[in-house]
Design a protein around this ligand. Structure first.
Ligand code: ARG
Length: 293
């Protein structure tokens, strides 16, 4: 599969770097729900259709390739969740912190992702093995890149935050996840490029909500209903003025359009069965390493 050329005409927003991110995806050739490590997978063992998953993933890949440069990592037999590349690690400024998966079911992926990043020229940082950390699934930069919002409670241990702070010299703000359906930060929290936030408040404890609210003024907070949250509305890929996500309500779509976003909905039902959607299927890369003119 060949990526389409990087398109330079992407509109950037005030305060945003003119470089749109390069993205990493993994084709779902060996995808399936073959164990249960989150509430979404329960009841869905063996129930996803590989051919439909492939069609849905291809659509997402085509949409994203039309906007930016998408690189691929080869899938591996026996690692069905490798499609969720957001969990490969966290990449920023040429450094990647490789994930230490909480569940043994996903730990085989680590070596494959580590090799991909080393080959791509990243400085690879490994956290101590006993500190669970699930990459971009639990760590999202604010739109200005100065603050790292870091989720903990289910898959990532809070003690990883100090290491991330040290690695990039950024402010790291912990957010405690308390609803097992929203076990990764990117399932309930999406900082958008215009400086606003799409989020599902009940997924956080009180202190974390206070942290969120002290950073984002009310006009910048887009609260998602439980129904939209359950459709993975917060699991959104935002590039410039475009937001790509699974199906959402027309009410939420309108709210985003009014803010000036173009909304592209891609049906991702087969991936919801494993507890993931658009954003989980994508990892942001360091553009400078991949977008040579
Ligand atoms: N089945 C996968 C897991 O439980 C889904 C991962 C979704 N990824 C994400 N970034 N939220 O690990």
């Amino acid at each position: 599969m060949i990526s389409e050329p990087y398109k330079k005409e992407q509109e950037s927003l005030p305060g945003e770097s003119h470089l749109v991110p390069a993205l990493l995806m993994c084709p779902p050739r060996f995808y399936g729900v073959s164990y249960v490590i989150n509430p979404w997978m329960r009841g869905n063992l063996g129930k996803s259709s590989l051919s439909l998953a492939m069609q849905q993933w291809q659509k997402l890949y085509r949409v994203l390739s039309g906007m930016t440069h998408v690189l691929l990592v080869e899938p591996v037999v026996g690692s069905p969740d490798m499609v969720f590349t957001a969990n490969a690690g966290l990449a920023h400024a040429g450094i990647v912190a490789i994930s230490n998966f909480y569940y043994p079911e996903r730990q085989n992926e680590e070596a494959h992702f580590r090799r991909w990043f080393a080959d791509a020229g990243y400085r690879v940082a490994d956290l101590p093995r006993e500190i669970a950390f699930e990459g971009e699934g639990d760590a999202l930069f604010s739109s200005d890149g100065l603050r790292l919002w870091a989720g903990y409670g289910y898959r990532t241990h809070e003690s990883s935050h100090a290491i991330l702070r040290e690695l990039w010299g950024v402010e790291v703000v912990g957010l405690h996840l308390v609803d097992p359906r929203f076990y990764h930060l990117d399932t309930c929290f999406a900082p958008l490029r215009d400086g606003s936030l799409l989020y599902f408040p009940p997924a956080f404890d009180k202190a974390s909500l206070a942290r969120i609210e002290s950073y984002y003024p009310p006009a910048q907070r887009i609260v998602v209903s439980e129904e939209d949250a359950m459709s993975f509305a917060c699991n959104a890929v935002n590039i410039g003025r475009t937001i790509v996500l699974n199906r959402i309500s027309s009410e939420l779509e309108c709210k985003l359009i009014v803010r000036g976003f173009e909304v592209i909905q891609v049906e991702l039902s087969e991936f919801l069965k494993a507890g993931g959607a658009a954003k989980c299927l994508v990892m942001q890369l360091t553009p400078e390493l991949h977008l040579q003119p």
